[in-house]
Design a protein around this ligand. Structure first.
Ligand code: B16
Ligand code: MG
Length: 211
């Protein structure tokens, strides 16, 4: 294949904001007396805020009203944004900067494909806002991963056919979304446990071997 574009997931691939999502949801779950641990958290990777809340509420001992759900989702986001306040360029995951530079030198287009509505804020804080050719995130989609919308929009913004795109993902839902988009998928971190991805990466730099 001939890779013309690489679409990066944000949370867990470019920056480890996944630990902040966990902390914020844990606070909400504890407050509500709902069991929540890292194995349940695994299911929240790549899925929207609202769907994440629904997964947590599966273990609740009562039903929640729509207003309560909205309030909890908002509260989680406030806690999460509070944790993001201290984010800086030092929080970029290892080898990210160098890998992006090499792709640029090779004239491979680069994009973000993230379910997060906070993606613009995060990219700004880590100093990468102007480094991508396209940013597709939770603000321009109506269905979250594993639906392929976020990646198809990124490919459209780049003007690259889906079959010429490689997606780098840390979430099973994201790998699934890439496959449904007709793209190649490279799994890193948590997603390496899934057998669906075309490639498994131990480090982000390894994607440079895929041509
Ligand atoms: P927000 P990604 C995803 O980001 C996270 O993995 C997921 O845990 C989160 O629920 C989702 O963004 C929505 O985030 O509440 O900030 O809109 O992995 O797709 O970059
Ligand atoms: Mg992710």
């Amino acid at each position: 294949m001939n890779i013309k574009a690489v679409i990066f997931d944000l949370d867990g691939v470019i920056v480890s904001t996944d630990r902040y999502h966990y902390k914020a949801w844990k606070q909400i779950a504890d407050q509500e007396g709902i069991e929540f641990n890292s194995s349940i958290n695994h299911r929240l990777r790549g899925v929207s805020r609202r769907e994440s809340l629904e997964i947590i509420l599966e273990r609740a001992s009562r039903d929640y009203l729509e207003e309560e759900k909205q309030q909890l989702a908002e509260q989680k986001n406030e806690v999460y944004k509070g944790l993001l306040a201290s984010l800086t360029a030092d929080d970029l995951l290892p080898e990210v900067r160098g890998t992006l530079l090499t792709l640029r030198e090779r004239k491979v287009k680069i994009a973000i494909g993230s379910s997060s509505k906070n993606a613009p804020l995060i990219l700004d804080k880590i100093g990468l806002s102007s480094q991508f050719d396209a940013i597709s995130d939770g603000n321009n989609i109506s269905q979250s991963k594993p639906h392929p919308e976020v990646f198809l929009k990124a490919a459209e913004m780049l003007g690259v056919a889906p079959e010429d795109c490689l997606v780098v993902e840390d979430a099973e839902a994201g790998v699934e979304a890439a496959l449904r988009a007709g793209m190649k998928a490279a799994a890193i971190g948590d997603a390496r446990n899934s057998d669906k991805a075309h490639y498994k990466l131990l480090s982000i730099r390894e994607l440079l071997r895929i041509r």
